[in-house]
Ligand binder design. Structure first.
Ligand SMILES: Nc1ncnc2c1ncn2[C@@H]1O[C@H](COP(=O)(O)OP(=O)(O)OP(=O)(O)O)[C@@H](O)[C@H]1O
Ligand SMILES: [Mg+2]
Length: 362
């Protein structure tokens, strides 16, 4: 989606991906196959580029440095080093005075057990490296029998963050863009609904109270300035039942919770990403109309017996205001994001209703 936005702005695009038939393949000029720690592939990609950016935070620092010898890499390695590691990320946020939930960094099963009991028994445990869509995470104390020793083993016996489970009122995110010339623009916040730690639907604007919106905007902009961000940064936040606004985590790239910006805002997050890394003037982020997305997971491509089926797209597309966005992923797997439906409405709730209705028809 970023590549399509870049093409529309007149750029040539090449990508690097571990899978040579990756989704971007069909809209780019060249595709370099290489794993996220293949520094040679990264250098080959960067040679002949004017600027390099990324859409996944787990690209090895050596790759960013290798690419950086040929072209500026935005966001840069210094910021990525911190964001890639949940422990460093949380320490950075806390050290700068941003509000985060209670947590402990742990490096053994025993430390994990101590942290769980100090944090009250109900926790989210997340490995420091890797993981998205709830992968590399374990919940303890929610009626399951999983204890610290099991969690430590399940997460690969690697450093982890143990977070106190918070009572959430809702989840929001703010996408902020900052260009090398120091221009900053933050989109109105999105409201995000997760199930089983995976984003199900998201809507822009979030309709939180004006003082919460102002707080969320200030936090996102200050984080962007704190990192001297060049590119995009999604700041995921929790609004707790007691009214606290806490930073959950940072994603330095286009983010699933802003896919609806294509429909909701004057400028989409994808175009904004290109503008930011190419040092162009940032686009207007005002709302044109409320819009929502609902994710389409691989499960929809499998029937009750696990046999392949085609979702009934024609039925979904009959819902007013709804569009379909597929990612050209060839293997539908349970829990894998294959695409999304977007929809607009007169008010945010109507946009959400429409995408949920469309998804139900699939
Ligand atoms: N400490 C917590 N208290 C309550 N809920 C939590 C906590 N941590 C995570 N969650 C729930 O799990 C979801 C996923 O957590 P998180 O964002 O840390 O994981 P992730 O795997 O990086 O997800 P993604 O890549 O989809 O953003 C959160 O959006 C929230 O719904
Ligand atoms: Mg998250």
């Amino acid at each position: 989606m970023t590549a399509m936005a870049a093409r529309s702005l007149g750029y040539r695009v090449q990508v690097m991906d571990p899978d040579s038939s990756c989704p971007a393949r069909f809209v780019v000029d060249a595709c370099f196959e290489g794993s996220w720690n293949d520094a040679r592939a990264a250098a080959n990609l960067a040679r002949g580029c004017d600027v390099v950016t990324l859409e996944i935070e787990q690209v090895a620092i050596e790759c960013l440095e290798a690419a950086g010898r040929y072209a500026p890499v935005r966001p840069g390695a210094a910021m990525m080093r911190i964001i890639q590691d949940r422990i460093l990320q949380k320490e950075w946020l806390r050290g700068c005075g941003f509000p985060v939930g209670e947590y402990r960094a742990v490096t053994s099963a025993q430390e994990m057990a101590e942290a769980i009991s100090m944090l009250g028994g109900r926790c989210f445990i997340k490995s420091a490296h890797g993981g998205y869509d709830g992968r590399s995470q374990v919940k303890v104390g929610f009626g399951s029998t999983c204890d610290a020793v099991e969690a430590w083993t399940m997460l690969g016996q690697r450093p982890c963050v143990v977070e106190k489970a918070l009572e959430l009122d809702r989840e929001i995110s703010v996408m902020v863009a900052r260009s090398p010339r120091g221009e900053v623009k933050s989109f109105p916040s999105a409201m995000n609904h997760h199930e089983n730690q995976i984003l199900v639907w998201s809507v822009i604007p979030s309709s939180v109270a004006p003082e919460i919106e102002a707080g969320a905007q200030r936090i996102a902009r200050e984080i962007a300035d704190g990192f001297q961000l060049e590119g995009l940064l999604a700041v995921e936040m929790f609004l707790t039942k007691s009214g606290e606004l806490l930073v959950n985590e940072l994603a330095p790239r286009p983010h699933n919770s802003y896919h609806a910006s294509e429909r909701a805002c004057v400028t989409s997050q994808f175009e904004q990403a290109v503008r930011a890394v190419c040092n162009l003037p940032l686009g207007d982020v005002s709302i044109v109309q409320p819009a929502a997305i609902v994710n389409l997971l691989g499960d929809l491509w499998l029937d009750k017996e696990g046999q392949p089926r085609e979702p009934r797209f024609d039925q979904a597309l009959a819902v007013p205001g709804v569009r379909l966005h597929l990612y050209e992923k060839h293997q539908p797997r349970k829990g894998r994001k294959m695409g999304h439906l977007s929809g607009v409405g007169a008010i945010p709730a109507e946009a959400v209703e429409r995408v949920l209705e469309a998804k139900a028809r699939l």
